[in-house]
Design a protein around this ligand. Structure first.
Ligand SMILES: [Zn+2]
Length: 463
């Protein structure tokens, strides 16, 4: 009898070894999903699975095959769901969430001078930045964003909030030729940026860049010095460019050059440059942006709300420029929902060109993922679901009336999905939202604190 049991045990062991059954351990397996990889050939895997170990994707394939090969600490069932790369918000001012809806339906000049500048002067400090950024990150994760590019003040607080919640971000302190809530002179601002570069060197979640507000609020010297700082540390250079007709006319009157022509004459347009808006571009400007490989941060809802105009995105894409999608600050949007922004982007350009063939759903999905990653110079690490890339992944619940049936996954994402359909979010291999609940922060407490602050802000505005 003993001999028979021993023989069976040996045979079983040999069989398991031969089949290589569950020989590899991992941290997370996402199974049974429609995997939208956004790789170079736009591979979509039905009933697919993704294996995550530490902070990286180590295998993608058919669920049955993956489950035979791997075990995991955590298995997430994505049956009937879309699994795709996290969205990348390429231009925003996060802490402005505290000013959401403070003044709408008025001219840009009145909005800035009567509302935004006064409340920023009175309320923006370290605590307000920390609180407003936490609310912003909670909102972004709920609607599928896994990396942001922020241009504002006290960026150290932005980084701390992002790390606390588990969000990935590029922080760019805004330099400008007048005092800001954080520093009195641009030189102080540049020293602050250098301290951020030292603090977050090699950080897993935070990248640091250099921001200059715009060609009309910064001197030529500041624009060039800031670019040289970005070059010295090999980091991104973030700037608002050609947002309004007023800016186009002002720069033209001053330098006899377009805003793009002027910046190009200073030598600050390069692949490290992230240019927000780019609404008022001539055909020559479009070619310059493409030739210099400048990253274009398109903010369709903000441009529509402030009535700035329609950025020539189809023309930029035809010229092979890199295009990503941003929300800009909440005060001019009024949300940070990139899924809604994708929807708007697709419709805006079709209407503007009076052509339904302009900007396909696939092009829009690529702009919000790998396009955004390229604009932020992170495309080697994020932006698509591929083996070896960082695990920034979102799961969208499509077991919903508004996403049934699904004939084409890109059409569903751009035209049917709502931001609230995002169910789970993984950033850098860590689950940060599970079943619509953030795991690292008390969402209600943050909202309570923002509402309390808003009561004080409202008193100021009412005066
Ligand atoms: Zn902006």
């Amino acid at each position: 009898m003993r001999k028979i049991i021993f023989t069976i045990a040996i045979m079983l062991s040999i069989t398991l070894q031969f089949c290589n059954i569950k020989s590899y351990n991992s941290d997370i397996i996402i199974k049974n999903g429609t995997i939208v990889t956004v790789d170079s050939t736009n591979t979509v895997i039905e009933n697919g699975a993704i294996v995550i170990l530490d902070n990286k994707i180590i295998e993608i394939g058919n669920t049955d095959v993956i489950l035979q090969k791997y075990t995991a600490e955590q298995i997430i069932d994505a049956e009937g769901n879309i699994v795709m790369p996290g969205l990348v918000n390429v231009h925003t001012h996060l802490a402005m969430t505290i000013f959401r809806g403070i003044a709408d339906d008025i001219t840009l000049h009145k909005w800035l001078h009567d509302y935004i500048f006064p409340v920023e002067g009175k309320f923006i400090d370290k605590d307000a930045i920390s609180l407003g950024t936490k609310l912003a990150i909670i909102e972004m994760i709920h609607s599928g964003t896994t990396m942001f590019n922020d241009m504002y003040f006290f960026e150290d607080e932005v980084a701390k909030a992002a790390k606390l919640i588990g969000m990935r971000g590029l922080i760019t302190e805004s330099l400008i030729d007048f005092p800001t809530p954080n520093f009195k002179t641009p030189a102080e601002g540049m020293a602050y940026i250098e301290s951020l570069l030292a603090t977050y060197k090699d950080d897993e979640l935070i990248d640091v860049g250099v921001a200059v507000h715009s060609p009309y609020t910064c001197s030529s010297d500041l624009l060039v010095n800031a670019f040289n700082l970005a070059k010295k540390y090999d980091v991104p250079y973030h700037i608002h460019v050609a947002e309004t007709k007023w800016e186009f006319d002002t720069i033209m009157a001053q330098y006899n050059l377009t805003p793009v022509g002027y910046l190009d004459s200073l030598g600050v347009l390069a692949d490290r440059t992230i240019a927000a808006h780019c609404v008022w571009l001539t055909p020559e400007d479009i070619q310059i942006m493409a030739d210099r490989k400048v990253g274009i941060a398109h903010n369709p809802e903000c441009n529509m709300k402030i009535s700035s105009g329609v950025a020539p995105i189809p023309e930029l894409l035809t010229a092979n420029a890199e295009v990503g999608i941003g929300t800009d600050g909440v005060a001019s949007n009024n949300n940070l929902n990139l899924i809604e922004e994708m929807h708007t982007m697709a419709l805006l350009h079709k209407l503007s060109k009076m052509s339904p063939t302009v900007l396909t759903a696939l092009e829009v999905v690529r702009a919000s993922t790998i396009g955004g990653a390229t604009v932020l110079q992170k495309d080697k690490e994020i932006g698509s679901l591929e083996v070896g890339k960082l695990a920034d992944i979102i799961i969208i619940d499509t077991n919903k009336p508004n996403t049934t049936p699904m004939y084409n996954v890109y059409s569903t994402i751009v035209y049917s999905v709502s931001g609230t359909d995002v169910k789970d979010v993984i950033i850098n291999g860590k689950v940060v939202m599970r079943n619509k609940t953030l795991l690292n922060i008390n969402e209600k407490e943050v909202m309570r604190s923002v509402n309390k602050m808003a009561k004080e802000i409202k008193k100021t505005v009412a005066k």
